[in-house]
Design a protein around this ligand. Structure first.
Ligand SMILES: C[S@@+](CC[C@H](N)C(=O)[O-])C[C@H]1O[C@@H](n2cnc3c(N)ncnc32)[C@H](O)[C@@H]1O
Length: 284
């Protein structure tokens, strides 16, 4: 792992190595990278192809926290050539052929930030459920490092799916999410950030807070054309890492499951996910 610092901004957090005993529990391989790119497309479908919802005008300095494959940061820098965009992540998996105004660096966003205060016009973070232990602290750091008048936007799930007609109740799909998120919670990871963001933003001192809720269907069961499309993308991101990828580390390390037990639950959950009579939805 190497640190590539950004030319005109101070470097990443100084205590990058201090928290390595707290692992990231999702995979970090080609299959997962593909899943993240599918997830990006799902999000664009949900938001009617908007990259963000904040009323930002002409941002100069932008940071995308825990950027993953960097796909959001690359799209954003293409659309805002005047902006200097940073994408940071624990892992330097981003492509090298990127627009000239985006830089990727390795950083642990849960450590103390060493940027200058009031640096960013826009701070963006997406899909950090199960990744971050202390969202409240992270959002307080955002408050310190966004410029007065700047915007901070988080887009995240309530990890647990629901069904309006009760069709999810008692299914293997529901059991899968209950078991896996239980294990993530034991590991200290936040699994339902979406529903708590407003409280954390308020607690950090932000004003002019806007909350938007989106329903993300899972699978192609909806009659509504838009939700059907969203559901297809959602299912394909879940299947992209075969359910096992998401569950394996959490259940084997924090619930003492065997690999075989995880594989079995993953396979029955995946089968339920394909059923048209189970009407699951996520809240984003
Ligand atoms: C589910 S992915 C989301 C990626 C990206 N935000 C997106 O929307 O496509 C979570 C990402 O968070 C990164 N991550 C997890 N903990 C982190 C931390 N403490 N600091 C920086 N990145 C972190 C992981 O390496 C992974 O790339």
């Amino acid at each position: 792992m190497g640190v590539r610092s950004c030319p005109s901004l101070p470097g990443p957090s100084k205590d990058l190595t201090d928290r390595y005993f707290l692992p990231y529990l999702l995979p970090n391989d080609e299959t997962e990278n593909d899943r993240l790119d599918v997830l990006h497309e799902m999000c664009l479908q949900v938001l009617h192809r908007k990259l963000y919802l904040g009323p930002i005008k002409s941002p100069q300095r932008v940071i995308n926290l825990a950027t993953g494959t960097g796909i959001w940061a690359i799209d954003f820098s293409d659309k805002h050539p005047q902006a200097e965009v940073i994408g940071c992540d624990l892992s330097l998996i981003q492509p090298t052929l990127v627009p000239p105004n985006v830089n990727f660096l390795v950083d642990d966003i849960e450590s103390e930030w060493t940027y200058e205060r009031d640096t960013f016009d826009f701070i963006h973070a997406r899909f950090l459920a199960v990744s971050i232990r202390d969202f409240s602290k992270l959002i307080k750091q955002c408050y310190l490092f966004v410029k007065p008048g700047g915007w901070v936007e988080f887009q995240d799930w309530d990890g647990h799916p629901v069904s309006e007609d009760g069709s999810l109740n008692g299914t293997a799909l529901q059991r899968y999410y209950d078991e896996v998120f239980d294990a993530f919670e034991t590991a200290g990871c936040e699994v339902r950030p979406g529903i708590k963001l407003e409280e954390w933003f308020r607690g950090a001192g932000f004003v002019n807070i806007h909350v938007e809720n989106f329903l993300v269907s899972y699978g192609v069961w909806p009659k509504n054309k838009h939700l059907k499309k969203v559901g297809a993308w959602c299912q394909s991101q879940a299947e992209a890492n075969g359910y096992e990828g998401f569950a394996l580390a959490a259940l084997t390390r924090y619930r003492n499951w065997t690999r075989k037990e995880v594989m079995l639950l993953a396979s029955v959950a995946r089968a339920d996910g394909r059923r048209h009579d189970i009407h699951s939805l996520f809240n984003l």
